[in-house]
Design a protein around this ligand. Structure first.
Ligand code: ADP
Ligand code: MG
Length: 250
């Protein structure tokens, strides 16, 4: 890869390998996410999608390969350097992982205050403006358990955004939601994409992947089987495995 191409890439994953015991979960995955791009990852359960995101965020240690942020390798960072890099990468999970005994506002201010040392007032201002952005301004003082799943997930997205990340990773964030709650969450993500956020989105929402992504990757058994612009992947997939998967889910 040329230096120029690397500079254009916000996040680059090169030949990533990961195994759990005898199980080889990632078998040489490459991923280039240009700044401001939205990449969707689709594929059957167990294909390694979550493991890939978790390796990118360094929640899992890759066995081999390289992960770079703005061209700087982050694969082997430790301690403070790792903490600093983690702050630049926001992640939202299927299970929202909000702090249940803290208000929505506290959920959004805690990391800002503890991790980044932002003063209370500034953290709250930022939290309120983010809650407004995800349509939940009036829920600031509720406990998460009093919100619907869709609202909790929007809080989780706002909480990740509170750290002002440069990249956002989404791991099936609508999969645990009742169908009628999915749209609001996808709308928030769509607006985030339109606002220029760099995003990697693992999703079963094929219409989102088709409409919002710059590129779609189809993963199966630890490799990227196929990648391309959404129109091509969804209407004229090159690989039989992609075709079979899409036949099942579309
Ligand atoms: P996906 O997100 O595509 O469904 P995952 O990345 O969650 O796939 O999992 C890929 C494979 O790795 C699965 O077979 C899963 O059981 C296995 N796996 C994931 N995490 C672990 C772990 N911590 N220990 C052992 N096996 C794991
Ligand atoms: Mg998964």
């Amino acid at each position: 890869m040329t230096g120029e191409a690397q500079n254009a890439s916000k996040l680059t994953v090169t030949d990533l390998h990961k195994r759990f015991g005898a199980l080889e979960v990632l078998r040489g995955v490459d991923l280039v996410v240009p700044a401001g791009a939205v990449i969707s990852i689709i594929g059957p359960s167990g294909s390694g999608k979550s493991t890939l995101l978790r390796c990118v965020n360094r929640l899992e240690e890759a066995d081999a390969g390289e992960i770079a942020l703005d061209g700087m390798p982050i694969t082997r960072l430790r301690g403070r350097d790792l903490d600093a890099v983690r702050r630049r990468i926001g992640m939202v999970f299927q299970q929202f992982n909000l702090f249940p005994h803290r208000t929505v506002l506290d959920n959004l201010t805690m990391a800002q205050r503890v991790v980044s040392g932002v003063p209370r007032r500034a953290a709250e201002d930022r939290a309120r403006s983010l809650l407004d952005r995800v349509g939940l301004a009036e829920k600031a003082h509720e406990l998460p358990g009093r919100l619907s799943g869709g609202q909790q997930q929007r809080v989780a997205i706002a909480r990740a955004l509170a750290m002002d990340p440069e990249v956002m990773l989404f791991d099936e964030v609508t999969s645990a939601l009742d169908p009628e709650l999915v749209t609001d969450v996808l709308d928030v993500m769509r607006r985030l994409a339109e606002g220029g956020m760099t995003m990697v989105v693992v999703t079963h929402e094929m219409s989102f992947a088709r409409d919002v992504s710059d590129e779609v990757l189809f993963m199966d058994q630890g490799v990227v089987v196929e990648r391309g612009d959404p129109a091509t992947v969804f209407t004229a997939p090159a690989h039989e495995r992609t075709r079979r998967f899409l036949d099942r889910v579309l």
